[in-house]
Design a protein around this ligand. Sequence first.
Ligand code: B12
Ligand code: SF4
Length: 505
Amino acid sequence: MRILLIDIVRTTLDVIWPAVEHSLGLLYLAAVLRQEHGDAVDITIRTLVSNPYTADSEQRLVQSWLTELEPDLVGIRSLTLGAQALRMVAETAKAHNPGCVVVAGGPYATDAPEDALSGPVDCLAVGEGEWTFAELVERLLKNRGYADVRGLAFLRAGKFVRTPARPMIENLDDLPFPAWDLVDHDLFTNRYLDFTSKIFRPHGNILSTRGCPYRCAYCHNILGKTFRARSPESVFSEIRHLHDTYGLTDFQFIDDIFNLDLDRAKAICDLIIASGLELTFSFPNGVRADRMDAELIDKMARAGTRFMSYAVETASPRLQKLIRKNMDLDKAFTAIEQTTQAGIVTRGYFMLGFPGETEEEVLATIDYAKRSALCGVTFFTVVYYPGTPLYHLARSMGYFQDEDAVLDREYVQVGEGPYDFSVDRLRELKRQGIAEFAFTEARLEQAYTMLPGYFEPREIDAFLMAYVVSSGLIAEELPAGPVRQRLARHFLSAERFSKKSDFYV
Ligand code: B12
Ligand code: SF4
């Protein structure tokens, strides 16, 4: 059976570099299919980078893949943002070959299975997909029906049917390694930003845990609330395999919560340190700041960690409670300090525009970022995604009665919301936060000292330019002095982008 797996990455943030990663989800599916069905399956993975400006050429591209590969089955991974592209891919596949089975999966299918079946999708997998997909393919190979395969959803005579949920995989070590040979490393290097904003180095993404027991109100529950972890040995042997087979030396952990089990996290670092391999690691998400301890930070640094994001989100204790993040802000502050002192580039994630958020609360968040030892910062604005408790809260406050309108905007753009001030004021506050955080002598000095340990010169330029563009300032608005002087070059090139579009990061 010829199987084409497509990862839809919908982005409008392509003014400088779009952020696109290889899909670990599809690589895991491919590995399990091969393990279970051997030569009976012939698998190809493609990434469809989708944005509102290139819809026609995207369809032609998908058409060309179908003509080239003539798949019997097309499997599509999509986030909620990719809903329209998912429909387009399904329609194109069915128009090309009505006998082709179209299967969906991933965050959108899991969050909103009924919506995802509104196009010509034959069925979809809800949640973790490896065994559901393997069993589905087995039925198709044997020309048998799949209505009793657990973990599926489909339409029968126009009515939505969901089969019983499939239990989560208990022992993640039982899974084969992702089918890394299907990744086109050249494609992902030089062309796309990775999750840490690096461009020019091939890297491997590692998932060492699945599931997260926390219950943040803005988060989508895709892989369950039960924390499951691979053994340190399994994680290290995958890293070793990627190093020995593909020469990879750069790795990103993309767990939801890498440091829930501190001993396990330290044991992974110990294995890496003991191996003597010269590797670098980044943690673009999934490290909870108030669960860090000094020993883990030290071990992570010694293992080769160069970059860590800490998602603090808000410095308002009231909002921490409301969004059920319940971050201990003081502990987080200390962890940021210790991590930066250990020589790791730290980036803080903050979100502005929570329900009932006041200007004072935004200013407190900006102030927290400014006082912290963070090397970089991103102020996101809250997007109220359907499928999250936060969305339901906003709806109960009278907002977002039309679902589609919510998804028209990206998470870095500023939009209406149930916060306590105007959209224009939110835009101003966000710009103020960026400018006050980034345009100081101390922060620039920190950037120029720390970033070269991890980023290349062109990447550092992009890092700084993102601040300049997002601040919406022109050079003359900064006081004359060393900061303005150091950033003059970035202001010049940023002007081009600012004129081109309303771009924020
Ligand atoms: C890495 C990552 C990114 C990377 C790469 C994106 C990519 N191509 O995956 C980057 C940085 C670009 C990114 C960006 C964003 N992301 Co992101 N990201 C992740 C993260 C941390 C890991 C993804 C991953 O590899 N997971 C591990 C694999 C094993 O899981 P999986 O992909 O879901 O696949 C499994 C199942 O879903 C299923 N499955 C998947 N596809 C298919 C297909 C078929 C046919 C079948 C049968 C089954 C199946 O089987 C797989 C194996 O079990 C997840 C969090 C998470 N825990 O997954 C968030 C997550 C996917 N991101 C999310 C969001 C919201 C975003 C953003 C929109 C930012 C934002 N906060 O608003 C942007 C925009 C992305 C874009 N432009 O498309 C949400 C998606 C929610 C949703 N309903 O859409 C998630 C789930 C985070 C969360 N918990 O809220 N992201
Ligand atoms: S800690 Fe991260 S993955 Fe866990 S619920 Fe909160 S946002 Fe989601």
